[in-house]
Design a binder for this molecule. Structure first.
Ligand code: SF4
Ligand code: SF4
Length: 348
């Protein structure tokens, strides 16, 4: 479960999908957090699942403060004692607020930390800036070094853009040599604001070639989105290639969205504090890949059983209609066909 505990950020990244008006810097009421976590735990228990994964995601969760996180750990302990559900915590952060106290807390409480670094200084500072326009690279790298020094388990997450797409091998190699085992190059959400930064389909293919070379050199590291594409070809689908929004996110008011990136009514399926769930809307969202595979370009597409129409939120962002194919279609098609050539062209 992805949970947003803060609705603000200390950075103003140029490609960020959080709208300026949502940058309010409110922190979720800790009583609401407790209620949400208990409802989530009860839900897991009903399904005979005894382990919950919590991703502190969206905006900058560290703005909630260290004391807030200590309360979270206490609440998780209470829930475990009461109903036997254990939690594993993950956090996605821009790294600029990390100091030794945060790092020691993450180590002690077994957090996995994903730090957003878009590559080297020029790549990173082009997009990831403070509100005065200055680059955040040096602060982020300070945070990264502290986490490493303390020994916190971590991954690095970069957003793929025209600025860094030619250098993903060098970026990945740098972090792999530094001991990072999980490196992710996330697809950009294609909207009006970001389309000028979006690498072309051919540039994406060059990215996949670089990532394959990287994976050959560093066999023990996990590289996204290469793994996501390969998994889809094996029939293991993540949110994007299932065609359905199944990366659930809870916002600061307890609203449950089928896509953790979205705050649009189209994806709002319930509320964990008020205790309601809209099963009709949920069914409509889940129907998307079935529908897409019977109409338009997806119907006759050779990779449709691996792509399933792509990301519902990308489609909604571009066309305001979830029943359209993902605007990154050309990239996915070329990528799946390219990966197929590496397996001897046996899949399509
Ligand atoms: S619906 Fe799309 S944007 Fe949302 S989590 Fe899934 S893949 Fe990501
Ligand atoms: S690659 Fe394009 S046409 Fe093919 S299934 Fe995906 S979105 Fe549809």
């Amino acid at each position: 479960m992805n949970i947003q505990i803060v609705d603000g950020c200390n950075l103003r990244c140029k490609y960020c999908y959080v709208k300026e008006k949502e940058n309010a810097n409110n922190v979720m009421n800790i009583k609401d957090f407790k209620k949400i976590l208990m409802n989530y735990a009860l839900n897991l228990k009903n399904r005979k699942i005894f382990y919950g994964h919590i991703y502190f995601h969206d905006c900058e969760p560290l703005l909630a403060g260290l004391e807030y996180f200590k309360k979270i750990i206490k609440i998780e302990g209470e829930i475990y004692k009461k109903i036997g559900i254990k939690f594993k915590n993950y956090i996605v952060t821009n790294g600029t607020l990390i100091n030794k106290k945060w790092a020691e807390f993450f180590l002690k409480t077994n957090f996995m930390v994903y730090i957003s670094i878009d590559g080297f200084k020029d790549h990173h500072d082009y997009f990831r800036v403070f509100s005065d326009g200055s680059g955040s690279y040096l602060k982020t790298i300070d945070g990264y070094k502290i986490l490493k020094e303390v020994g916190v388990p971590m991954g690095v997450s970069s957003t793929l853009t025209k600025i860094n797409c030619r250098d993903v091998y060098k970026i990945g190699e740098f972090f792999a040599i530094d001991g990072i085992k999980l490196i992710s190059f996330a697809f950009l959400l294609p909207d009006e604001k970001t389309k000028k930064y979006l690498p072309s389909a051919d540039e994406h293919i060059s990215v996949f070639k670089q990532l394959i070379t990287l994976n050959k050199k560093f066999k023990n590291i996990v590289i996204y989105p290469l793994k996501t594409l390969i998994n889809a070809m094996k029939g293991w689908f993540d949110c994007r290639f299932s065609g359905k929004p199944i990366s659930y996110g809870i916002d600061i008011n307890g609203n449950l969205y089928a896509c953790h990136r979205s705050r649009d009514d189209e994806f709002l399926i319930g509320n964990y504090i008020e205790g309601w769930f809209d099963s009709d809307k949920f069914k409509k969202l889940m129907f998307r890949p079935t529908y897409l595979k019977t109409v338009g370009e997806c119907k006759n597409c050779s990779v449709k059983n691996y792509c399933n129409g792509g990301c519902a939120y990308s489609a909604y962002t571009r066309y305001k209609n979830i029943f359209r194919k993902d605007p990154l279609c050309e990239i996915y098609k070329k990528a799946f066909l390219y990966l197929d050539t590496l397996t001897g062209g046996t899949l399509f």
